[in-house]
Design a protein around this ligand. Structure first.
Ligand SMILES: Cc1cc2nc3c(=O)[nH]c(=O)nc-3n(C[C@H](O)[C@H](O)[C@H](O)COP(=O)(O)OP(=O)(O)OC[C@H]3O[C@@H](n4cnc5c(N)ncnc54)[C@H](O)[C@@H]3O)c2cc1C
Length: 396
């Protein structure tokens, strides 16, 4: 096996979490190498590509090159077909993830991080049980690169955490099964994201239509793993597509799991931190993880650079990352996780009633905030159930 020169920090995975982690570590003085197993960041795209402006703007200057559409409206469709159009939302985007991920990675490079593509990490290199580097294959050869800190940003199918002895597996109910079609030759509103709910549409989940232009969109759904055992998600998606876009063309299909749990109990050990999907830092209700991964990456990257400065790579030091994550988003994720079951398990009739009530509110007063107010007013029992599940989860 060949040894490469040593780096302070090795980041495994050039997704949003990894690239932002690399950028922050490099920006704060560490030497950084990113290992990415694919031939370029961002491919294959396994994402509906929706983000909020406010979520990504702190990390990168908005560039229309990687924006497919700017989203101003959201349409919620109740199980009975009644629509609720919300126009007072913060600006969102549907991205070109391939270009966006590359731009994030280029930014890391501007701060001094190096990138090696087609480099597939297959184990951690340890001496006397202590992590000292990463083993990977590159151009058919096995190599070792030494480092002081590993940042595992290897996505939903993460293996790096396991190599470090961290428990990363999730129960079936906390892993959504999703399928998505990237479709063309369809007619969609290019500034509106649509969300469909209902037991016949996406049981314990939802279906999305995220426009990429006037004639193309990412159309997919995620359902709880337990529901997927009864009927495959593709059954529901085909049913929907045949009804709404019978003449559309499917360009490519994505099958993937989406973690909808709380953040892992352990995301730090001596010499290693887990970020993004690898740490299960995903919004458990929406399944969105791009911004969450970027926030986690920014914290972990900075902590890694601080560890290098202080020559302290022990769990106790690296736990600064966990502490800051909890402050920034971890606590919110825990709350959402506690609410997930109740929101996603909401019966069709209740959802229909809610949308009906919301439609009575004047359009200019309609917002996410009023949506919650209406839930409280119209369905106090649901609020009590959510509160109860939250309290129970807190004391578990
Ligand atoms: C169908 C679907 C739709 C989604 N829609 C949205 C959405 O609209 N909005 C949103 O915010 N989120 C969405 N998500 C979630 C989002 O895609 C992820 O949360 C996000 O990509 C996580 O970023 P990450 O950097 O942690 O991991 P990833 O983006 O998965 O990046 C991981 C990287 O690690 C690399 N890698 C893995 N193993 C190795 C290895 N051994 N060696 C080297 N490299 C390795 C991979 O090639 C990959 O480049 C969706 C997910 C799915 C499945």
């Amino acid at each position: 096996m060949t040894f490469r020169k040593k780096y302070d920090v090795i980041v495994i995975g050039a997704g949003p979490a990894g690239s932002v982690a690399a950028r922050f570590a490099a920006e704060h003085g560490a030497s950084v190498l990113i290992l990415e197993r694919d031939r370029e960041p961002g491919i294959p795209v396994r994402c509906a590509e929706g983000v909020s402006h406010d979520g990504i703007a702190p990390f990168i200057d908005i560039d229309e090159k990687w924006i497919a559409t700017t989203i101003k409206k959201a349409k919620l469709v109740a199980p009975n077909g009644e629509e609720l159009l919300m126009e007072n939302n913060p600006t969102g985007y549907v991205l070109e993830r391939r270009l966006f991920d590359t731009a994030l990675c280029n930014l890391a490079a501007e701060f001094g991080a190096e990138l090696l593509t087609k480099a597939d990490a297959f184990d951690l290199f340890k001496e006397a049980g202590e992590i000292k580097g990463v083993k990977f294959t590159y151009r058919g050869k096995e190599e070792i690169v030494l480092c002081d800190v590993v940042i595992a940003a290897d996505g939903v199918e993460s293996r790096v955490g396991r190599w470090a002895g961290i428990k990363t597996d999730l129960p079936l109910e906390d892993m959504e099964t999703s399928v998505m079609y990237q479709m063309t030759d369809i007619d969609v509103d290019p500034d509106c994201c649509e969300f469909y709910f209902g037991n016949e549409i996406a049981p314990q989940g939802y279906l999305w239509v995220f426009p990429k232009s006037r004639t193309s969109a990412n159309i997919g759904l995620g359902i709880a793993g337990s529901s997927a055992l009864k009927k495959k998600p593709q059954f529901y998606l085909d049913q929907f597509v045949q009804k709404h876009y019978p003449a559309g063309k499917i360009n490519y299909i994505v099958y993937a799991g989406i973690p909808t749990s709380d953040t892992l109990n352990q995301i730090v050990a001596d010499h290693i931190m887990l970020v993004g999907d690898a740490a299960r830092q995903v919004n458990p209700i929406t399944g969105g993880g791009i911004v969450q991964g970027m926030i986690a990456g920014s914290i972990a990257g900075k902590v890694a650079a601080d560890a290098v400065k202080e020559r302290n790579f022990k769990t106790k030091f690296l736990k600064r990352y966990r502490k800051e994550w909890n402050k920034r988003l971890g606590k919110t994720q825990k709350t959402m996780y506690a609410m997930k079951e109740k929101y996603l398990g909401i019966k069709d009739k209740r959802f229909n009633n809610l949308v009906k009530a919301m439609n009575k509110i004047p359009k200019d007063k309609l917002s996410i905030k009023t949506l919650f107010t209406e839930v409280v007013k119209n369905d106090p029992k649901l609020v009590i159930e959510v509160a109860r599940s939250f309290v129970v989860s807190k004391f578990k």
